[in-house]
Design a protein around this ligand. Structure first.
Ligand code: NAP
Length: 254
């Protein structure tokens, strides 16, 4: 049995939808005091009501907003024990059509936004004495590729590069930093890709199903427990075995 995280203050950026909402649900269910963050006030308020958590409208790509996120968690929940830096965007654009603005946008939210949030939360995470940072990266970039997502893949691999050095800088402060790498997780946004896309993805997953948002939430919860205190700078792939097959033939042999 793992030590309870009840009462701990947890920030989930991008907690208003999809995976982040699943992470927030799992932590709230474990008794944590959760602050979810997103840019859309209506979606944030609805998700907060549904989950029984607190919300803040903020944009993680802006430094002053990240400072406001940390300050709000301290004011409302007495500190920051866990930061789930999950907010991310994945617009589909081939390299041939990609503009400088497209690149800035994806790297601005996924990479800069992650770094700014971690930076803004450093003091309360250190004060916690058991501070945890959990990044939502992806298998796309660190392990796999998908046409249309070269900027996205670059951003998800960049998060891991950031993590490996930041984890060293944070270790003396008693803060750990790890990443979860989801495979294909069934979110509202993924459903929008259509049934053909979902069927193709399901067929590529040895465990035979897309992941649930709770699958990712549970992995984050584990990394936040006292029992995970000696794990830092690591990546936890949560993908139903999607990156395992060497070829389509290997998958067909199952
Ligand atoms: P999603 O359903 O589109 O949700 C994204 C969340 O991030 C929303 O709450 C969104 O709220 C928030 N967000 C986006 N930009 C933001 C910004 N600048 N500032 C603050 N909040 C912002 O996406 P998802 O599929 O759950 O993805 C969440 C994370 O998981 C991302 O980092 C993504 O790369 C990663 N991931 C997803 C999958 C998958 O299968 N779904 C697989 C691998 C990795 P607003 O739009 O209101 O701001």
């Amino acid at each position: 049995m793992f030590t309870s995280v009840a009462g701990r203050s947890v920030i989930v950026t991008g907690g208003t939808k999809g995976i982040g909402k699943g992470i927030a649900k799992v932590f709230a269910g474990a008794g944590a005091r959760v602050l979810i963050v997103g840019r859309d006030a209506e979606a944030a308020s609805a998700a907060a009501d549904e989950l029984g958590v607190s919300y803040l409208v903020a944009d993680v790509s802006k430094a002053q907003d990240c400072v406001r996120i940390a300050r709000t968690a301290v004011e409302r929940h007495g500190g920051v024990d866990v930061l789930c830096a999950n907010a991310g965007i994945f617009p589909d654009k081939r390299l041939t059509d990609m503009t400088e603005e497209d690149i800035d946008n994806v790297l601005g939210v996924n990479v800069k936004g992650t770094m700014l949030c971690v930076q803004a939360c450093l003091a309360p995470l250190q004060a916690s004495g058991r501070g945890r940072v959990i990044l939502t990266s992806s298998i796309t970039g660190p392990f796999t590729g998908y046409p249309g997502w070269s900027h996205y893949g670059a951003s998800k691999a960049a998060q891991l590069g950031f993590m490996r050095t930041a984890a060293m800088e944070l270790a003396p402060k008693g803060i750990t930093m790890n990443a979860v790498l989801p495979g294909n997780i069934l979110t509202e946004s993924l459903v929008e890709h259509g049934e053909d896309y979902l069927r193709g993805m399901r067929a590529a997953i040895p465990l035979g199903r897309l992941g649930s948002v709770e699958d990712i939430g549970n992995a984050c919860l584990f990394l936040a427990t006292d029992e995970a205190a000696y794990i830092t700078g690591h990546s936890l792939v949560v993908d139903g075995g999607q990156i395992l097959p060497e070829s389509q033939e290997a998958l067909g042999l199952m």
